[in-house]
Design a protein around this ligand. Sequence first.
Ligand SMILES: [Zn+2]
Length: 281
Amino acid sequence: MQSVQNRRRWLASVASLLGAAPAAGQVSATSSSYVNPRKVLLWESTRKEFREAIEGGTLKAVIVPTGSTEQHNEHLAMINDTASVTLVAQQAALLLHPQVMVATPVAVGISPHWMDRKGTLTLKKETFLAVVHDICESLVAHGVKNILVLNGHGGNVRPLREAVPGWAKEFGINVATNSYWDAYSREIINKNMESGVAPGHAAEFETSFAMAAFPERIHWEGVDYAKAKPGLGIKDPKSAVQDEQFAKEARLASTAKGEAMIDIAVKWTAERVRTLIREGK
Ligand SMILES: [Zn+2]
């Protein structure tokens, strides 16, 4: 396991790749002495690099991250799920470098249930699945034999589970899907989360993850839930209660909890991809 300092450096570089400015005190990607993360990112690689990796037989699998752009209560950035799943995918790919790369993340997911909270973007199920399908089909066309669609947003789970087995048959290769939180047993959640909830939504888990991985995406300044509540306009009463509950639970978050949960997800995902490669053709 790399040192905490090295991981911080790497995490900072991930944040900058996703378009967020590194927080004060974090170093830029260019000063990273760790394995260059560009090497595991398809979208940052050249065609030469990708071609040589696939034709030379070193590249065995690609992870396709799927996330969302949706409301994350009053304090987290809306890119949270996409940023989280991409980070887990990248860390896992680095553990398996040079065998694994990460494809361009799908940054908008299926989020109609959050449309009463302003800012959420959503795709129709068919649109979302068509995009993920076509990304996988592109990879297959270039000779990729093992694909893990790694999900980071609750609304995408069921559609992916229903569709992906059919794609494996259609393409004649190994395609599987998991959400990165499949790594978390009840025991792990109880041990690490005071609220006993993970992943939840913008609560203790996701806020801890953000504190460890990209604190610059947390904005507590000016947040006053009680004041905002009457104007939120949440239609479903159950959802309104949960929204308030999650806002409270978010205050339980800590960097240490986030780091522990990220490590578990990264190792689990790496093992999942290792198994795919082993089973693959
Ligand atoms: Zn989320």
